[in-house]
Design a protein around this ligand. Structure first.
Ligand SMILES: [Mg+2]
Length: 235
């Protein structure tokens, strides 16, 4: 969802990182000079900075963390995207959001973009890390781990061989491929390891991956053919 359904250049990602750094500084009492480096290192090593903080033994409430880092984002930067909305609604496939973010953030982003009715499901932080375990779970399940990819495939109840995974993160794409998914790197014009397609912007999807809509054509053709057969048999 983030930096995939809207561009990285909007600055939401940067604002999010600033909020995480402030959380580390004010809620976890970390040394100010250490925060930026640790924030990036934990993100690199554990998938998300939050997962890294938990793994290091820091104790905080997951909902409070999300309210602090996402709740204060400049959501007004996200504007309705009717072009993307029409593209998504015209796709015949089942579409699911798969994000490391919490459900409140998902709802706000989709609502701001005007895409809240374009997806049939959401797999988010709470899905992969059920609240019942939140207080004592030191290990957080999140992208880019292959386990998180496999969990998402299982929860969505899809065949990875028939599923396309869109993401802006190079490492998510590599592990999505490892989990057997077809992959599309978004926000880049050239392929990265494990990517089947590259889209500079999600808006280019129709030109770049026409087969998404061809599926529908085949399906319609099949229906026409089978009714032709039926008609022929009846005649
Ligand atoms: Mg993303």
């Amino acid at each position: 969802m983030d930096d995939t359904l809207y561009p990285l250049s909007l600055g939401i990602n940067l604002a999010c990182r600033k909020n995480i750094e402030e959380f580390m500084l004010h809620h976890l009492d970390m040394e100010e000079s250490e925060v930026p480096r640790l924030c990036l290192e934990l993100y690199r090593d554990y998938g998300t900075t939050m997962a890294g903080l938990k793994a290091l033994g820091y104790e905080f409430d997951n909902d409070e963390f999300h309210a602090y880092v996402h709740g204060r984002l400049p959501y007004e930067l996200l504007k309705p995207d009717p072009v993307l909305r029409n593209l998504l609604l015209s796709m015949p496939q089942h579409k699911i959001i798969f994000t490391n973010a919490d459900e409140a953030h998902v709802a706000r982003v989709l609502s701001r973009l005007g895409l809240e009715d374009c997806f049939q499901g959401v797999i988010c932080f709470e899905t992969l890390n059920p609240p019942a375990y939140k207080s004592n779970a030191a290990q957080i399940l999140c992208k880019p781990s292959v386990e998180a990819m496999r969990a998402a495939v299982r929860i969505a109840n899809v065949d990875p061989k028939k599923t396309m995974f869109f993401d802006d993160s190079v490492r998510n794409i590599a592990n999505g491929k490892a989990a057997g998914l077809h992959t599309v790197i978004v926000g880049r014009s050239s392929l990265v390891p494990g990517a089947d397609y590259a889209l500079n912007s999600i808006h280019n999807i129709r030109e770049a991956i026409a087969e998404i809509w061809e599926d529908e054509g085949e399906h319609v053709e099949q229906i026409i053919q089978s009714s032709a057969v039926e008609t022929a048999v009846r005649a």
